[in-house]
Design a protein around this ligand. Structure first.
Ligand code: HSE
Length: 443
């Protein structure tokens, strides 16, 4: 292509309608304005925002030729709009808005991980019936193109497992707690002020947001339907600075991971705090950063790292989807080039394993009265359930109680649960046992 300006390339323009003008919707609009010339040079025509629906935006707030209204259905029912960007979030009215847009034959780009994880199976069927694309790169790991990597870059591989730090807010909180000994609640307020946290931050700290993202990645990795309700989900709100400190002494960092793994005849899908050896790259992803480690049978391990939240980073993925669709439209394809989840024939027979059937190593923190013989009783219980000990720390914190910290070798979750119940029943155990799963990623 020569150096003539992109606007003089003079193909028909692609017309965009944006529904929801918050952090991501506004960021996507700004990116199209700032990088419009570069994008037009890549695509071969201009991409113009012609409609915006927002509950709060007023015409005078931005310099635009787009028609602004407060009803997203004005956008999806406008015959001029080719691609709808859905950045409303949640289900109501987002589900109906996306459904209507697809039924109207419009392509949709969404950043809405809850919508894809929980209602994606239905919406992809509507997209297919109408030969349009429902794209969702920005729904997982913000600016990291992980959907494209899993669905296209690694398409020749049987994916063995993947593990990701996929909630920026949670990672920001854990990092600040580890490095600056800050309190959980105080860091959460800062994450909200920085625009990382969800409208309801319990989605971040209780792992729901990460479970949405893991559900989506697992479907693409293994070719299974989206099954959010089967993803085991545990948040970070019970993690204490004490646990972070003990993990450090043992050579580990505490990270909130989403893990999906082929295991026997099924797949594991789980989100929980995890001890990772500090020498692993994943253990060194800090702040709002996200990273996903993927193991394919042919390629081995590959790591994708970058910003997982924030207006510009997420907009980068939204607009990449818009560009993909624009290219396919300009190429005159009568239906999308790729199946939404990357498989034409899904592995419907792969069952999601209940967490009881998952095997990992464990970190245990057991509050005990400082009396002779308690460690022997705990060891004996662990032995009864075939759980062997890899390391122990016992340190005096005050005069009456001392936590015993144990790292176990691999054990089945159901056996560990039984062992913990027996340990908590001991008269010299003074409170609940804290358990954190351990992953070494050396397989
Ligand atoms: N609240 C999410 C996070 C935003 O902190 O990762 C990006 O999905």
């Amino acid at each position: 292509m020569n150096s003539e300006s992109a606007n003089s390339i003079n193909s028909p323009s692609i017309k965009i309608g944006i529904c929801g003008f918050g952090t991501v919707g506004g960021g996507s609009y700004n990116l199209l304005q700032n990088a419009g010339d570069e994008i037009s040079r890549r695509v071969g025509c201009s991409i113009d925002v012609v409609r915006i629906a927002s509950r709060s935006l007023k015409l005078e707030d931005i310099d635009t030729t787009a028609i602004i209204s407060n009803d997203p259905f004005d956008v999806v029912n406008d015959p001029d709009v080719d691609i709808v960007i859905e950045t409303i979030g949640g289900f109501d009215p987002a589900f109906e808005v996306v459904h209507q847009a697809l039924a109207n034959g419009k392509h949709v780009v969404t950043a809405n991980k809850a919508l894809i994880a929980e209602r994606g199976n239905e919406l992809f069927a509507v997209a297919e019936e109408n030969s349009v694309t429902l794209a969702f790169e920005s729904s997982v790991a913000g600016g990291i193109p992980i959907i494209k990597a899993l669905r296209e870059g690694l398409a020749a591989n049987k994916i063995d497992w993947l593990a990701g730090i996929i909630n920026g807010t949670g990672n920001f909180i854990l990092t600040e707690m580890a490095e600056k000994q800050r309190q959980f609640a105080d860091v959460l307020v800062e994450a909200q002020e920085l625009g990382y946290a969800e409208a309801d931050p319990t989605f971040d700290v209780e792992g729901i947001d990460a479970a949405h993202k893991l559900t989506i990645m697992a479907s693409i990795a293994f070719g299974i339907p989206l099954q959010f309700d089967k993803t085991y989900t545990e948040g970070i709100s019970r993690i204490t600075p004490e646990d972070i400190g003990f993990a450090k002494q043992l050579g580990y960092r505490v990270k909130h991971l989403g893990i999906a793994r082929r295991s026997g005849n099924g797949v594991e899908m789980r989100v929980h705090p995890t001890l990772i050896p500090r020498k692993r790259l994943l253990a060194r992803v800090d702040g709002v950063g996200n990273a996903v480690l993927v193991h394919g049978h042919a390629v081995g391990s590959t790591l994708y790292n970058g910003p997982g939240a924030g207006a510009d980073a997420t907009a980068s993925s939204v607009i990449a989807d818009v560009i993909d669709i624009a290219r396919q439209k300009l190429a005159g394809l009568s239906k999308p080039l790729l199946p939404a989840l990357g498989y034409l024939s899904m592995h419907d027979d792969l069952a999601v394993l209940p967490i009881d059937e998952v095997e990992t190593e464990f970190y245990l923190r057991i509050p005990v009265n400082d009396v002779v013989g308690v460690m022997a009783k705990i060891s004996s219980i662990l032995q009864d359930f075939d759980i062997s000990i890899e390391a122990v720390i016992q340190k005096e914190l005050d005069s009456k109680t001392v936590p015993i910290v144990i790292l176990t070798h691999r054990a089945l979750e159901s056996k560990l649960n039984s062992a913990i119940a027996a340990i908590e029943a001991l008269s010299d155990v003074s409170g609940e046992v804290m358990r954190i799963r351990v992953e070494t990623f050396d397989d």
